[in-house]
Design a protein around this ligand. Structure first.
Ligand code: G
Ligand code: G
Ligand code: NA
Ligand code: MN
Length: 259
């Protein structure tokens, strides 16, 4: 259909761009890196939200080449910041469909080599709702990526059906706790009390620590949430409180040496 064709054209042409959302270490609140988030300016419709075009890209398979475009562009930007003197991590979202391509690892390594970025600066985020078709392949890919220093995070942790069993089955290094858990602290939902939300977060961070995993909380919007996450021993935070996703030039405000 029309939107699919336009999306394909955007991936092949210059219709996509990236925004970067900063991530900060706790308790220091020091900048550690960014998550790259794709944006599409459709010539006919104007800006289209990824929440509407990512599912289309997934269904049609366009997500594979879209994902590599995002990866190359994010690596190029991270390398540019590195050569300007700031060594930061860059987190890139990867669809399961892309992750399960036989040449996935090879193409990730090519993207790094193409711009001279070390693997240790790249984090690949795989959404937890992923349905892995082949656990052995997933294991091989993760181990091969790790051999290049690339880290793997489970994104939106806690929202899938298999959160805990996934942790036992695959050698991930980081968890990103889904923002719905953090937002329960704000007392906006009636579903669970503040105290219950805290117990859930305590449990998840304890499990993660026990497994030697690094924990990032996303969707942090209030100082109260930030303080609580800091108390619970969460390693890193991301959210509107500390920084929204913005174009590269604006993201440089968090890089005083460059901006
Ligand atoms: O940035 P925003 O909140 O608008 O993103 C909406 C959704 O689109 C989120 O679920 C986010 O993970 C997803 N998304 C954003 N950028 C990318 C990307 O580059 N690749 C994939 N696969 N998903 C993305
Ligand atoms: O699925 P993923 O975790 O990649 O989603 C990233 C999306 O979350 C982006 O679209 C981004 O705009 C959004 N986001 C980032 N920080 C916050 C926040 O503090 N609150 C809310 N509601 N959304 C956020
Ligand atoms: Na993500
Ligand atoms: Mn997420």
């Amino acid at each position: 259909r029309r939107l699919e064709r336009e999306l394909r054209e955007a991936v092949e042409g210059s219709g996509l761009s990236l925004h970067y959302q900063p991530q900060f270490q706790l308790p220091s609140r020091q900048l550690t890196g960014y998550e790259a988030l794709v944006r599409w300016n459709n010539p006919r419709l104007g800006p289209v939200s990824p929440a509407s075009f990512i599912p289309i890209a997934e269904e049609t398979g366009v997500i594979v080449e879209l994902g590599y475009w995002v990866l190359r562009e994010a690596c190029r930007q991270a390398a540019a910041w590195k050569f300007a003197g700031r060594c930061l991590s860059m987190a890139v979202n990867v669809s399961v469909r892309q992750f399960e391509q036989p040449d996935f690892v090879e193409r990730v390594v090519q993207a790094l080599h193409g711009v001279g970025l070390p693997g240790s600066q790249l984090v690949l985020e795989l959404t937890e709702s992923l349905v892995l078709h082949d656990k052995d392949l997933a294991n091989r890919h993760i181990m091969a990526l790790r051999a290049h220093g690339i880290r793997i995070a489970i994104d939106d942790f806690g929202t899938g059906y298999s959160s805990l069993s996934l942790l036992r089955q695959l050698p991930f290094e980081q968890l990103k706790i889904d923002r719905s858990f953090i937002q329960d602290f704000a007392g906006e939902t009636q579903a669970i009390s503040f105290q219950e939300a805290r117990v859930v977060m305590e449990g998840v961070t304890a499990i993660a620590r026990g497994l030697g995993l690094h924990v990032t909380a996303e969707g942090v919007e209030t100082e109260e949430q930030l303080q609580l996450l800091s108390d619970l021993g969460c390693d890193k935070v991301q959210g509107f409180l500390l920084g929204r996703p913005v174009p590269a030039a604006e993201a440089e405000v968090w890089l005083p040496e460059i901006g």
